[in-house]
Each structure stands twice: as C-alpha cells, then as structure tokens.
Design a protein around this ligand. Structure first.
Ligand SMILES: *Cc1c(COP(=O)(O)O)cnc(C)c1O
Length: 417
C-alpha cells in the first residue's frame, strides 16, 4: 500500500487489518443500527415534505422562516420529542445548555446535578467557579450528587428530592473530561421514573452531547423533559457549520426560545442566513457519520488494547456515546498521539498542536482538530486535559477510511522514538 509521506509502517497496517477482521460481527450490528436511524430520518423528511423551498432562508429579524420552522419539526420527530429549537444562533453546546438553564431557572430556584460535576465549561455558568454572570450571581442555588460505581446514587437522589424543592435535575450522559463511564439510556430511564414518582414537577434536563443516534432511544423518549446537544457533534453530520438543538416539552422549548432571543418574540425571530440546507443535509448524513465514528472508536479500542494501553470503553462494551478514551498515564504519550491525529487531518496538517489555556477550561488542554469546521468533534478529533492520568478523548470520523488513516498515523507517531 502506498502511504505516501504518512510514514505508516507495514507492521502498523497489518495490526489494523488484523483487528479490523476480528470486528466484522460488531461492524455488521452497527450497519443494521445505521439503517434503522436512516429510516427514522428519511421518514421525517417525507412526513414534512421537505423540498428545495425549505433551503430558502431569511435575513434581518427572520420572521416567517418556513425552512427553519420545518427543520425544527423534523428534528422533534427524529428525536421523538414534542418540540425542538434548532438554531445557528447557538454558538456551541455549552451556549445551548446555558440558555436552557437560564430559561428554566429563576432566582431562589434549585438546580441539582445527579451525575456529579458537570462538563468543565459549565463551571462558570453555574458558579462553581466564580463569574459575575453565573446562575449563582442571579441567586440560583446549585447542588450535586456524585455517581457511585458509574451509576446514579439512587438512595441519595431519593432523599434529596424528598427534602428539597428541586426545580431542575440535570443529567449529563457523556463523560466530558471525567474518568467515569457514560450513562446509558436504560439508566436514564430508571432514574427519571424514580424522580417523577417523588417530585413530578421537577424538570429533568439532559446534556445529550455525543449520544444522539448511538442508542435506540433518546432521553425525551424515556421520560426526560428536555435535552440539549451540539450540531458540530452527532446530529450535524459534519455538515452543519455551527448551531445546537434543544428538544423536549413544548412549554419548555418556548421558554428557551424567549431566552435565546427576546421575551415576546421568542421563536418567531432568528434569521437563518443560508444555513437551512446544511442543517437538513447534516441530519441526513448523521446516521452514517455516527456509525463511522462508532466503528473507528471500536477499532481504536481494539488496537490500543492490543498495544497494552488501558482503554474505555473496551471494544465489546455497549456504547453510549461516540467517545473513546485511551488512558496513557504519561503526558508525552497523550501529546504524541494527539499530534499524530493532527498530522493526518485534512486541515492544518502542518500544525503541531500544543496544550493551551482554552477559555472555559481550568487545566491546559491539548486538542487535535484538523477539521473543516472549527472545533467540530464529529470530525476525527482527539483532545485531553493535561492532568493525570493523561486520558485522550477521541471521537468522530466523517468517513471510516479517512478516520482509519488518522488513527494509524497517531499510532505510528506514538511508536516512533
Ligand atoms: C461537547 C460537550 C458539551 C458542549 O461543548 P461545546 O464545545 O460547548 O459544544 C457539553 N457537554 C458535554 C458532555 C460535551 O461532550
């Protein structure tokens, strides 16, 4: 095989081929899953009679944007939600989570996280780290209950809910930069049932980032009230250039709309500036791109385990999200691996990533993201905070072959002295 200037040895190539051969059954299961999700998406396109006219967009205030309003119906349908808000005005997943939290919570209200400390970028949003614009600065209280053995602490959640008037319960499914496992849909279903029995008025909000289309059901299909995800992750299919979605109960989605734009104007405004086609095309690609990402994650897990590294999840574990962890234990190894991913990226392959102080994160973070869309992590990307035990968080891959080259290069770079 001609590997051009990528400097990938035949030893590495045969290691990957051998691992790939042993994963064929697993890959077949994923292909089946991908077909199911594809039916779901295409069915929604057909139900809402998507036509070229939906690609038209608005400018200025964005009144009467038929494409935008129909896209929101399509997303709601695909996600099994009553309603959805899908907007390019959301800068990121964190922004959508922030707008949702500020939309649901009022001064004096109580927010409870039942998956321990939320994602790093929410520290200053909640006020875990001081910020004069945090929820805390508005008088919103916060409490958290840690997971035990990677599952909910049912007993503690029960007694906390019995004794405290909790307004919003937050569940973060994907692990973020923590060392825990991600939370399966079955676990979400079980805990939501318990929460609703004790305190039916509590709003259960899910950070669903990286989890869409991985399991058969989404959180709002198992009793959660509202969920949030980024469009430069799973549902954007690598095509959406920015944006995020919030899906769930209509009354709550309307509150989020009022908060995103202006009270009194809410969802009626928001120009789409030419983005509609990308959102639809992204959703169209999403089942396949998520499937490729899962195949690449499983391949990585198998290869790295074979090379003696600790991995999470293992190749045959049930997957909850598209993230693959490699626990390097050594800073240099994490950096070399990430740099290898960058070297075989389509964009900025000549750049060598270094750990830097990213806004919103407390530790330095190294980030290999040679992506078409800045910060897109549905494209093959690999990052990790520079702290023990030096875990790489790898995810994405628009095509299986391109992703495989990236990972082969990362392994080669790791091996070279
Ligand atoms: C990616 C992610 C977010 C949002 O991150 P952004 O970079 O702001 O889009 C939030 N929570 C989790 C668990 C994530 O993985």
């Amino acid at each position: 095989m001609n590997t051009f200037n990528f400097d990938i040895s035949s030893k590495v190539i045969s290691l990957f081929e051998e691992c790939e051969d042993s994963l064929q059954e697993k890959f077949k299961e994923l292909d089946k899953m991908c077909l199911n999700r594809s039916f779901k998406v295409l069915n929604a396109f057909s139900k809402y009679q998507i036509s070229e006219s939906h690609f038209n967009s608005t400018t200025g205030y964005g009144y009467g944007d038929v494409g935008r309003d129909t896209i929101e119906k399509v997303f709601a349908d695909v996600l099994g939600s009553e309603d959805a808000l899908v907007r390019g005005q959301f800068i990121s997943g964190t922004h959508a989570l922030t707008v949702t939290l500020f939309a649901l919570l009022r001064p004096g209200d109580l927010l409870l996280s039942i998956t321990g400390k939320p994602y790093d970028t929410l520290d200053e949003v909640i006020g875990i780290v001081d910020n004069s614009s945090s929820l805390k600065s508005f008088g919103v209280n916060y409490s958290q209950i840690d997971l035990v053995n990677d599952d909910f602490d049912y007993e503690q959640i029960k007694s906390y809910l019995e004794n405290n008037e909790v307004k919003v319960v937050e569940i973060q499914r994907s692990k973020g930069y923590s060392t825990r496992k991600s939370i399966s849909i079955q676990k979400v279903q079980k805990v939501v049932k318990m929460i609703k029995e004790i305190r039916p008025t509590a709003i259960v909000m899910v950070d669903n980032c990286y989890c869409e289309f991985v399991s058969d059901l989404e959180p709002t299909e198992v009793g959660c009230d509202i969920m949030v995800g980024s469009l430069i992750k799973n549902l954007g299919g690598g095509i959406a250039p920015n944006g995020a979605y919030v899906a769930g109960r209509s009354d709550l989605i309307n509150l989020v709309g009022e908060r995103l734009t202006v009270p009194g104007e809410g969802r009626e405004v928001g120009p789409t500036l030419g983005i509609n086609k990308s959102f639809l095309q992204g959703l169209f690609f999403a089942p396949s791109v998520v499937c490729n990402s899962l195949k690449l994650a499983i391949l990585t897990s198998k290869v790295m385990e074979k090379l003696g590294y600790e991995v999470e999840p293992k190749w045959n574990d049930e997957r909850v999200d598209i993230v693959q962890n490699i626990i390097f234990g050594k800073k240099e190894a994490l950096i070399k691996y990430c740099q290898g991913i960058q070297m075989a990226s389509p964009i900025d392959s000549n750049c060598i990533p270094e750990a830097w102080d990213m806004p919103g994160y407390q530790d330095k973070v190294i980030m290999a993201a040679g992506t078409f869309t800045q910060g897109s992590s549905i494209e093959l990307s690999c990052d990790g905070p520079i702290r023990e035990p030096y875990i790489a968080y790898q995810q994405g891959g628009l095509t299986y072959e391109m992703g495989k080259i990236g990972i082969m290069k990362a392994v080669s770079n790791l091996m070279c002295k």
